[in-house]
Design a protein around this ligand. Structure first.
Ligand code: ADP
Ligand code: MG
Length: 613
């Protein structure tokens, strides 16, 4: 039997479409405040917004006799005629949000227009008006929304942890504060003020408030205008990068979007100044003719389609190149010179991306076409003689994959023995190093080149895993604690990453609103390495937001990689120490990423090259 649903049920169903989770309520309420011409907006949440949301503004308010009407479906003051639809200048116009919100929560509205003497207090539970009274209150509007989805238990289940919900809200309000630079935003979470912006239009100041972990002195302004599009905002100097793209926020015509096209433009703009796998920080405000955008994508979606991708890539690339070449970017280049770590004899030179990325590719192997590798590998696919690069990678990959099968909730990490043993460390003697990158060694029959960087990564990785496995952590206290800053939304999930880092041998505790103090680090790291490792690990963790073993394993490897000094000159003593450490590794023959730590060239092959044989 076909039935027309009664209004209450229909409203609840419709609410589901607009109101998915606390952050959707907040988005609607804050957009209403912006539409109301507010210059100051306060957002307060408790328990990830699940139990309590308050949005207070100083906007125009709702007239007493219209307060109830505002909650009706399709009730809006923003359009009157079909023509109005063509020229919408407000964020809302459908008149659905309040109806949806009040259907699935307990909502209280306090509002007063400037010209009214008294205000209105309206209470609605699950779409039903409980009371409508006259009250004294300041000009503007406050919505208090509590007990989310109390009458739709099925929807309650779709909410994530308090931490995840609040970090979505923090991200949203941070982005809104950044975009609406002339509105003062304040965000309160569980009784603590997270940030408060002044609304004076200074974006750099806003960045420092909402992303306290970003040091604004590392940011370079972007200010690029052509007829087709304009790009403004800030990017980080090439020396300040992250292992993930979490520090990149793009607004296109006022909307925060994800875009591979924009990411590509950024990458091209930085061209060779970035290491493989590193990403700059970018806050970019892109304005483009509406005609150059495909509008057939739902306005709530984070995707966007440009009519001409190449134009966007080229413009962004040009915008970024121009900024990086500007005077403001120049003094920052000093940061490229790394602090000399304790173990280094020499302050390292400017990092040469090419040198490092070349160790990344197989090119170093292909020069020596055909080094002999013993075929002890049990893995059948590893036996193809011609594909030795693949062979080594495959061998180590299968080890990694085995490692990854563990459930990370208990983080049962272990390191398996290599499937092959290409040489015996006791048989080789070190002869020196070349290019500050490769250690040279020989045994009776072969010459070995050992990649210092890959070796170091392998050592780091195994030591961290061992540290994790061992009950007793080998920590060293440091005299001056390392202070690291994370963004507010990362802090929401700190329990998990603090626990992981604690198990890896870091003593780390909260120190200020979004800062942490590291007072002890694993014994095998120096301070700079520890700082880089922790920063990258947290960034990676937040970006993935998972406790999946495979992913966390990869994060540890990735963070190891970035913590390690590349292309550093090391003394013979240090070389010997490094080889000794490598020898003690369970799997010394590949770096954690599956690249070999060494290559081997037999005497016979050298003789062949000289055409002696
Ligand atoms: P829409 O924003 O699409 O018009 P909403 O359901 O979000 O629909 O809001 C309904 C109406 O309530 C708005 O058109 C506006 O007149 C009024 N309103 C809502 N929030 C506020 C506010 N913070 N200040 C002033 N008026 C508001
Ligand atoms: Mg609205």
């Amino acid at each position: 039997m076909i039935k027309v649903l009664d209004k209450k049920i229909a409203d609840k169903i419709a609410a589901g479409e607009v109101i998915e989770r606390p952050v959707s309520i907040i988005k609607e309420l804050v957009e209403n405040s912006i539409d109301a011409g507010s210059t100051s907006i306060l957002v307060e949440i408790k328990k990830g917004g699940k139990s309590y949301i308050r949005v207070t503004d100083n906007g125009c308010g709702i007239p007493k006799d219209e307060a109830e009407k505002a909650f009706l479906r399709h009730a809006t003051s923003k359009i009157n005629t079909v023509e109005d639809l063509e020229a919408i200048e407000t964020l809302g116009f459908r008149g659905e949000a309040l109806a949806s919100i009040c259907a699935v929560t307990r909502t209280e509205l306090l509002t007063k227009q400037n010209e009214e003497k008294t205000g209105t207090r309206l209470i609605i539970h699950g779409g039903e008006i409980i009371s409508n009274t006259v009250t004294g209150c300041p000009d503007g509007t406050t919505f208090v929304v509590t007990d989310l989805f109390y009458n739709t238990p099925a929807r309650q289940k779709f909410m994530k942890s308090d931490a995840s919900e609040s970090s979505m809200i923090i991200d949203l309000i941070s982005q809104m504060a950044l975009y609406y630079k002339d509105i003062s935003f304040r965000l309160i979470n569980n009784g603590n003020i997270l940030f408060s912006t002044s609304g004076d239009g200074d974006r750099l100041k806003i960045i420092s408030k909402v992303y306290p972990n970003i040091s604004i002195k590392d940011l370079v302004p972007v200010d690029y205008h052509t007829q087709k599009m304009s790009v403004t905002g800030y990017i980080s100097a090439p020396s300040v990068t992250r292992p993930t793209k979490t520090g990149q926020i793009f607004f296109v015509n006022g909307r925060v979007i994800n875009s591979k096209v924009i990411e590509k433009g950024i990458k091209e703009g930085y061209s060779e100044r970035l290491f493989d796998g590193r990403h700059p920080i970018a806050y970019l405000f892109i304005d483009i003719n509406a005609a150059d955008l495909d509008v057939n994508i739902h306005p709530n979606k984070k995707e966007i389609r440009f009519n001409d991708d190449n134009l966007v890539v080229a413009s962004l690339s040009a915008a970024i190149k121009e900024s990086l070449a500007s005077k403001e970017a120049v003094p920052k280049a000093i940061n490229i010179f790394r602090e000399a770590p304790l173990t280094n004899i020499e302050r390292s030179e400017q990092i040469n991306t090419k040198n490092i990325t070349s160790t990344n590719s197989a090119s170093s192997l292909s020069v020596l076409d055909g080094p002999e590798i013993p075929k002890i590998c049990e893995n059948k696919s590893c036996l193809l003689k011609e594909e030795k690069n693949v062979y080594l990678e495959e061998c180590s990959k299968s080890i990694e994959e085995k490692n990854s099968d563990y459930n990370f909730n208990n983080l049962n990490l272990s390191i398996d023995k290599p499937l092959i043993t290409p040489f015996d460390f006791d048989e080789i003697s070190i002869t020196g190093s070349v290019f500050n990158t490769y250690i040279t060694a020989v045994d009776g029959e072969n010459l070995y080149l050992i990649d210092q960087h890959a070796a170091h990564e392998r050592i780091f990785y195994e030591k961290l895993v061992n540290e994790y496995i061992n009950e007793e952590k080998l920590k060293q206290p440091i005299l001056f604690p390392i202070i690291i800053d994370v963004d507010f939304s990362s802090k929401e999930n700190d329990e998990t990453w603090l626990n992981l880092l604690g198990n890896m041998g870091f003593t780390i505790e909260l120190f200020g609103p979004s800062s942490y103090r590291i007072s002890e680090i694993p014994t095998f790291m120096d301070i700079k390495e520890a700082e880089d490792f922790v920063n990258d690990f947290i960034q990676g963790y937040i970006a993935n937001n998972t406790n999946n073993t495979i992913i966390i394993n990869k994060l540890i490897m990735k963070a190891c990689k970035s913590a390690i000094k590349a292309n550093d000159k090391i003394s013979l003593d240090e070389i010997h120490a490094l080889i000794k450490d490598l020898k003690n590794c369970v799997n010394p023959f590949s770096c954690p990423h599956g690249r070999p730590t060494f290559i081997k060239l037999s005497k016979h092959e050298i003789e062949k090259l000289f055409k002696r044989v």
